[in-house]
Design a protein around this ligand. Structure first.
Ligand code: NAD
Length: 391
């Protein structure tokens, strides 16, 4: 939202949790990462619910938006909020003509719903209000209140019959992406061996007007959602003795992609009789996807780690990261190098990890000695193609 709109709408920020009492609706959208054992870390959700509980008053609507496993709203958030002595009973409701129907005698002191955030950072095609908002309530009044709230902002509100359905819908969306990306990553590795261009294959397949959605291979999964969220469901599924094989397999394939990239790079250097131990590699694009300033779970970080472990001197360039900040897993202490013809020519290989739109790919290929392209960013480069290795 532009700054002037925030001022116009009297939008204020505060760290004073006591102010929660003055609010009619409270939306929770705190991080939901995995812990060191790759299990859900709900500490942010719990801490936030505890802060709200301390200020909770009757008739407030609380909505959890963080991505999480089915059952979190009812099993984690609700009991914390009910410590206040106020009640929000779990009760089934039905939906008829986009309206909730429920028993009129139902008494709820406060209202609780789940409505997943569905943002796609960097996506200019869909703004927040254009993305339909899925809503599930702990009971009918909660769903109806959340529908009323979000209906004022979002063009379309999609009511579902419970918080668990809404929680699962969000996970299905992300698991669908993870599995399809893994599928196309695996087929890419096969196509490379078979001498078939996977990108050309996808372009041909996507001309089918039904039954096919294009997904594209890359150096591995990144971002705070797709590599993480599916494992929230895997964890919950254990409670039901149910193995989530698609999620596990997709995780396995996608996690192996940085190793595949490094192996391709090593092979390309070997073919040029370049010893790995004194090789210098420049990585282009550190963000987890193009044109965003977000490097959470970025596969480029894992690639740097793998290369450094093999004795390679690694530098990077990314217009969005003048310095590489310390993350939970990595602390390289690197700064972005200047991208000039001279710099490009100094490296034994330039590895395109993230295809930012601002890069001049023909110039990169012209000045680099070897280009390892994980994103098909050089597809339209016509000169010096012998320097390009696609992997
Ligand atoms: N960012 C996205 O594009 C996106 C898209 C879909 C879903 N989600 C989901 O939304 C949730 C938040 O993701 P994010 O990327 O916005 O996370 P984030 O790391 O940007 O953090 C969100 C906010 O939570 C605040 N916060 C952290 N702990 C807090 C606490 N104890 N009390 C109050 N505030 C606290 C942080 O200061 C920050 O402002 C996650 O569950 C994520 O999976 C995010």
């Amino acid at each position: 939202m532009p700054r002037c709109s925030i001022v116009k709408h009297d939008f204020r920020f505060t760290v004073d949790f006591r102010k929660l009492r003055d609010m009619d609706a409270i939306l929770i959208c705190v991080p939901t990462p995995l812990d060191e054992h790759r299990e859900p870390d709900l500490s942010f959700v719990r801490n936030t619910a505890e802060s709200i509980e301390a200020a909770l008053r009757p008739d407030q609507l609380i909505v959890l938006e963080s991505t999480t496993y089915p059952g979190t709203t009812e099993e984690v958030v609700l009991p914390i909020l009910e410590k206040s002595g106020l009640r929000c009973p779990i009760a089934p409701y039905t939906i008829c003509n986009a309206k909730t129907e429920f028993a009129s005698e139902l008494q709820a002191d406060f209202l609780l719903a789940f409505s997943p955030e569905r943002e796609d950072p960097g996506n200019k095609q869909f703004t927040t209000i254009q993305i339909p908002k899925v809503i599930g309530g702990v009971n009918g009044p909660s769903a109806a209140a959340a529908q009323l709230l979000y209906g004022q902002v979002f063009k379309e509100v999609v009511l579902v019959s419970s918080t668990r359905t809404a929680e699962m819908a969000k996970l299905l969306e992300n698991i669908y992406r993870s599995v399809n990306i893994a599928l196309v990553n695996e087929l890419k590795c096969l196509c490379l061996r078979m001498g078939i261009d996977i990108w050309e294959v996808i372009e041909a397949a996507r001309t089918k007007p039904f039954g096919f959605t294009a997904f594209y291979p890359g150096p591995g999964l990144g971002g705070h959602c797709i590599p993480i969220d599916p494992f929230y469901l895997t964890w919950k599924a254990r409670e039901y003795g149910f193995p989530t094989r698609f999620i596990e397999l997709a995780g396995e394939v996608n996690t192996a992609m940085p190793d595949h990239v490094v192996a391709s790079l090593v092979e390309a250097l070997n073919r040029r009789q370049k010893c790995l131990l004194d090789a210098k590699v420049l990585i282009l694009g550190i963000a987890y996807k193009k044109d965003v300033d977000d490097l959470r779970e970025s596969p480029a970080l894992r690639i740097i780690q793998l290369l450094q472990a093999r004795g390679v001197k690694v530098d990077y360039h990314d217009p969005y990261f003048p310095q590489l900040p310390k993350t939970r897993h990595y602390d390289f202490g690197l700064t972005s190098v200047e991208l000039t013809p001279n710099t490009l020519g100094k490296y034994d290989a330039v590895l395109i990890a993230t295809a930012h739109s601002c890069y001049d790919y023909p110039a990169i290929v012209r000045h680099a000695r070897l280009v390892v392209d994980t994103r098909n960013a050089t597809a339209d480069v016509t000169e010096n193609r012998e320097k390009i290795v696609r992997c």
